[in-house]
Design a protein around this ligand. Structure first.
Ligand SMILES: Nc1ncnc2c1ncn2[C@@H]1O[C@H](COP(=O)(O)OP(=O)(O)O)[C@@H](O)[C@H]1O
Ligand SMILES: [Mg+2]
Length: 413
């Protein structure tokens, strides 16, 4: 799949922008703070309904405006599609496909993209919640119906937690216990479905991850991932052991778990933790507390990997998800977006990354310095300045004449 045209209005620092895009590589160059990331963020939002930078949508609406609109013309083979989302400062967001209103949450069905950005370093170094989000977003891109399961799980979890909390305050009453058992069953049913889906995804992602790490890092380092399930480690639940030291985690490995297996484990863990959950007033195990274990040569990446290794690992996770999507999707490749990645890599890794992405149907790249991007990715270069897209006229092989020099000599941020 490719984006042939992107229209923005009142998105971040763009009052209004029209951008033509071509198959293959599209490079956006400009000094810091001009709107390069905003551009790829807008497409990321159109495909995931989320931003890699903020959790609150209103930050994406241009200051002083009431609504932002992201509209993209998409093409897959000879099929064309116009997808649009309106982000509203007040009231619900709205989505359209081919000018007909659709449920906003249906939008990810139409457009799939994978965005890699500097913030992704937190996939390796940050909290488990970021890794869960990574898995869940990919899951929804692959099977949109899981978005409903996730929403339902969150809702049940919230209800169950508020029941636990009120029981903690006043001691549990018989009728509350009955209600709790009902929530338990809902939580187990939905949670097990998620566990099955996530562990299945991890197993499918593993070979792509190892291959991507090798192609980016180009050495014999071995990157792996596996699922950590809190239901299989109930005694550690709520203790510090979860987050402090990756080595203490009990590992589940890369094997997928069936929903029935997960349900049995979930039920046993809840039974075992009943007292503790009532004391704490919170649900201690389940997909909302699970993690993804990332290892490099048998050591947890978090806490052991160097900055460069962590960076390559994060990039490899994104490349692997792009590979998986292209293999399993019926609508062609996801649009791959690489935000500010080349500046972080040395010459040989830049070349390797260029080789790893060159056969994707479309790759969008942002860079502050034109010269840092390998030549084979610069044939369609667009200049971004203060929320304006410039230089689409002068595009041709080799980019815009004298362009890279200007970018390099431009004012520092
Ligand atoms: N909601 C908004 N309204 C207006 N300007 C915004 C908004 N959000 C971000 N910006 C501006 O966008 C610019 C950052 O754009 P960004 O795409 O991150 O830059 P870069 O080209 O370095 O990737 C900053 O100047 C910031 O002030
Ligand atoms: Mg940026």
């Amino acid at each position: 799949m490719i984006v042939t045209h992107l229209s923005l209005s009142d998105f971040r620092n763009y009052r209004s922008a029209e951008v033509d895009l071509v198959p293959g590589a599209n490079l956006f160059v400009g000094s810091n703070g001009q709107g390069k990331t905003n551009l790829v963020e807008s497409l990321g939002y159109l495909s995931t309904l989320g931003s890699h930078r903020v959790s609150a949508d209103h930050a994406m609406i241009r200051q002083g405006a009431d609504a932002a609109i992201v509209r993209a013309r998409l093409e897959h083979g000879d099929r064309q599609l116009l997808a649009e989302v309106q982000i509203n400062r007040t009231g619900a967001n709205r989505a359209q496909v081919n000018r007909s209103v659709i449920k906003t949450r249906e939008l990810p069905r139409y457009f799939s993209s994978v965005l890699f950005a500097p913030e992704d370093l937190s996939l390796i170094r940050g909290e488990p919640s970021g890794r869960r989000r990574f898995l869940d977003e990919l899951l929804v891109l692959l099977s949109p119906r899981y978005s409903g399961v996730m929403t339902d799980y969150e809702r049940v979890l919230k209800q169950r937690n508020s029941l636990l909390k009120s029981a903690r305050a006043s001691g549990i009453k018989a009728n509350q216990l009955t209600t709790l058992e009902i929530w338990d069953e809902r939580l187990i049913a939905l949670g097990s479905e998620l566990i099955e889906a996530r562990t299945g995804l991890v197993a499918r992602l593993l070979p792509d991850l190892s291959a991507a790490y090798e192609s980016v890092a180009g050495d014999d380092h071995h990157a792996t991932l596996s699922s950590y399930l809190t239901i299989s480690d109930p005694d550690a639940a709520g203790s510090e052991a979860h987050d402090e030291d990756g080595l203490k985690h009990t590992r589940l490995g890369g094997d997928p778990v069936t929903a029935a297996e997960a349900a049995a484990g979930f039920r046993a863990a809840l039974d075992r933790l009943r007292r503790k959950e009532l004391d704490r007033g919170i649900t201690l195990v389940g997909p909302h507390r699970d993690d993804l274990m990332l290892e490099l040569n048998g050591l947890p990446a978090r806490g052991y990997a160097s900055h460069g290794e962590s960076w390559s690992f994060a990039l490899s996770l994104k490349l692997a998800s792009a590979q998986l999507l292209r293999r399993e999707s019926s609508t062609g490749d996801p649009v791959l977006m690489l935000d500010d990645v080349f500046a972080e890599l040395d010459e040989s890794r830049r070349a390797r990354l260029a080789a790893a992405v060159h056969d994707f149907e479309q790759v969008l790249i942002t860079a502050a310095v034109y010269e840092e991007v390998p030549g084979e990715l610069t044939s369609n270069t667009v200049r971004i300045e203060a929320g304006t897209v410039l230089g689409q006229d002068g595009i041709g092989p080799g980019g815009i004449a004298g362009f890279g020099r200007a970018a390099e000599e431009g004012p520092p941020a």
